[in-house]
Design a protein around this ligand. Sequence first.
Ligand code: BGC
Length: 880
Amino acid sequence: MSGLTTQANTFVNTKLPIGLQCEHLINPLGIDVQNPRLSWMIPDDRQGARQTAYRIIVGKDSMEVVKKRGACWDSGKSLSDSSLVSYHGKDLEPFTKYFWLVEVWDQYGKPAMPSKVSGFETGMMKKENWKGSWISDGNDINKREAPYFRKVFQPSKKIKSARAYIAVAGLYELYLNGNKVGNHRLDPMYTRFDKRNLYVSYDVTAQLQNGKNAIGVLLGNGWYNHQSIAVWNFDKAPWRGRPVFCLNLRITYSDGTTEVITSGEDWKTSNSPIVLNNIYTAEHYDARLEQPNWNRINFDDSKWAKVTLRKAPSDQIVSQAMQPIRNVEEIPAKSVKKFNDSTYVFDLGRNIAGVTKIRVNGEAGTVIRLKHGERLYPDGRVDLSNIDVYYRPKDNSDPFQTDIVTLSGKGTLEFMPKFNYKGFQYVEVTSSKPVSLTQESITGYFMHSDVAATGKISSSNPLIDRLWWATNNSYLSNLMGYPTDCPQREKNGWTGDGHFAVETGLFNFDGITIYEKWLADHRDEQRSDGVLPDIIPTGGWGYGTANGTDWTSTIAIIPWNIYLFYGDSKLLADSYGSIKKYVDYVGKISPLGLTTYGRGDWVPVKSPSSLEYTSSVYYYVDVVILAKAARMFGKQADYSTYSKLAEKIRQAINDKYFNREKCIYASGVQTELSMALQWGIVPDEFKTKLAEQLAKRVEADGMHLDVGVLGAKAILNALSDNGQAETAYRLAAQDTYPSWGWWIVNGATTLYENWDIKAARDISLNHMMFGEIGGWLFKGLGGIHPDEQYPGFKNVLLRPNFVSGLAYFEAEHDGPFGKIVSSWKRSGNSVIYAVTVPANSRATITFPFINGEKVYENNKPLPGKIEVDAGQYEFIIKNK
Ligand code: BGC
C-alpha cells in the first residue's frame, strides 16, 4: 500500500502526549537545576502527524494543574514543534514537588487532549540546605570491616511525607526499620570524590511509622577507599579516606511543618559482618558476626562506639540525577559440575558483569570461597589468568574475584555481595568442609546502569542477531555509572572505549543521563592546561603520554553524539569550554596541524597504522565539532578560528598522507583507508574511489578484518556509506578468524578484547572497544542515521542497504519522537521496504541503486531520494 498520498484528516486527535520526562527521567526526585528540561512524545500514528504548538503548565498543586492553572509556569500557547523545552517559570524552590502537563496542537491546529499530570521534585538545590554532619567510624583506611551506623528517633507529630537525602563518599546501603531503602546497587556512582560528591534522594514516606523509627546505614569502600592494589594505583588516590556520609531525613508533618533528622554525633557505629570489601576484588562475609536486627528500633546498641565527625569530602554535593545501577537480570545457573563434596563449578551459560547469590547450609566456621572467572582450565576448574594480570596483591588474603563466606551454622545463609561486582560466567565454589550444593544454590545477577532499551535488530542471519545481542551484553556490562573497558580486569573508565561505543550505546539504550554524568567527571579531571587523562574518573593515573586525541576526544565526541541522538544541546554547551581548552592544548603541541598525541590503533590484527595520521584525524574531528558548536551557540569568532583550523589540519593530513595517484592513505592498510572516509578527511571527488580501494584491500585480506579499535570504529561505515555495503556486510557476517563472528561461533556471549581468542595478552572476554558493529547494524543495514541539521531524529535519514546476503532485516529505534522502524525483506525479485516515522518528525529516504535496481511505487519510478512526513510507508523496489 502506498503511503505517499496525504489524506486530509478531519477527526480530532485524541492521543494525548506521553512519555513525559524531566531531565530525561520519569518523575524524578532530587532535581537541582533551575531550568529543568521537560520532554514528551506524541503517540499519533496518523500520516503527517505533527505538533504545531504546545503549552506547558507547571504548579505545586496537581488539581490546579489539571485545570490548566499553572501557578509556577504557564508557557502559554507556543507556536513550536519542539517537544524538549526548558522550564522558564518562577524560581524553583528546594524540597518541592512540582506537577506539570503539556497540551499540544496538531497539524490542523486542533488541540489534543492534554497529557496526564507528571511530576518532578527538587532536592537540596544549594549546599547550604544540608544540615547535620558528615560522619564516619573514625577508623584507619586500612581497616577491612565495613561499618554499620544507626540512630533511633521519634517523629514529633503525624507524618505526611518523608524524603531521605544521602550523600556518601564510598558506597552505602540505607535501611529504615530494618528494610533496605530503594533497589539501587553500588550507590552513589564513582566521581572524583575530592571534587564532586553525589547524593541520592528517596521517598521514604511508606517506610516510616508512628512512634519510634530506626535508621541504619552500612558503608562500603567503593572507589573512595580502594584498599586492593592494581597497576593503576587506585589505592593512592588523593581523596582516599574511610567512607563517610551525610544523611538528611526530611519529614513533613500533616500540619505542614518540617523536621530534619540528620547524621551527627548522636549516631552510633559498629563493625558489620562484612569483613572485607573491595569493589575491584571481592567481598568477605563472616556470618558469625551478624547482629540480628541491628537496624531496628529495639536493638541494644549500648556496646556500639561513637562516630567521628568529618568535613564534607568536596565543595560540590550534587544530586545523582541518573539511572542507578540495579540487579537488572536474574540468571539461574545453567549447569553445575561437582568435583567432590567440597568443590563445585557453576556455569551461568553467559558472560556478565555482576554478582552471584549463594544459598548454603553448613557447620559453623565452614569457609566457602566463590571464585568468579570467564574461562575454565581444561580440567573444568575456573581460570583467572586472562583477568588477574594487573592485580598486585600483597598476600593471599584478598584473592581476585573471589568472595569468601564463613558460615555461622545457624540455618541457610544467603549471601550476595553489596559492595563489589565482577565479570564472569563461571563460579567455582570450594569449601573448607563438605557442603551439599545443587544447581539452584547459585544465582547470577547481571548488574549495570539500568538504562531503558531503545533499539532492536532482527534479521534472517542468526549470527548477526547473536552479534547484536552480544554487543549489547558488553555495552551493559561496561555501564556502571560511567562506561568502563571491562568489568573484571580493570573497571576503568577508558576514554577511548567510551567513545568507540557511544553510537552503539545510543542506538540501543537511553544512556543520556550516564553520559551527562561522565562528562561532568571529564570536567572535574581536566587539567588547567586542557589535558585529560586516559581513564575517567581517575585517582591520578592516566595523564601520561598516550592520553591523546584518539582516546580523550570523548570530550567532544560524546556531547556531539548526545546532540545528534537527543536533539539536546545542553551537554555540548556544558562541555564547550572544555572542548576548546582541549583543542587549544593539542594545537599548542602540534602547531603545524599534525599530531602524534595519541595511542594509535590499539590491538590490531596484524598491520599497524601511522600514529601521526590516526591522531591527527581525531584532532580534526574535535576541531570540527568545536567549530560546529561555536556556530550553533553564536560564537562567531570561535567559529571562524576553528573552522579555519579544521581546514588546516585536514589539508596537512592530505598533504602528507594522501597519495592521489594510488588513492590511498599512508601505507594503505584498512584502518588508514577507513578513517579518511569515516571522518571526512578525503576530498569529495575521491570518496567513491577510496571506498573501492578499501573494498579491494579487504578482499586482498581475504574478506577479513585487519584493524584495531580505530579501524573497527570506522571500517563498516566507511564502506557502507560509500557504495560498498556488500563488502561491509561480508565483513560483519564473517565467521572465520579474524572477525566479530569468529568470537560468536566460538561461543561468545559478549565481545572480546582481542581478535585472536588464544592471544597471550589483552584477552578480556568482555570488552566494548570493538563494539561499533552494534550501531552499524542500524546505520549500514537499517539505514537509520540522525540528521545533523535536524538532530534528535527530528528528521530521520534513511539510507538502507539491501545487501544480498540477507533475506530480511529490521531495525527499530525509539528516538525522542517515538519508534522509528526501517525494515526490508526480499520477495521474489523485489525488496519490500517498510518504514515507520514517528509523529512530529520526518524522514529523508535515500534508496540504494545497486546493480541497476530502481525504486518503484505502484509501478511508477520514484526518485532516488524522497522526503516523507510522519507515518508508515511501504515501497516495492524491483528491476523493471
Ligand atoms: C584497556 C583498554 C584500553 C587500553 C588502552 C587496556 O588495558 O582494557 O580497553 O583502552 O588499555 O591502552
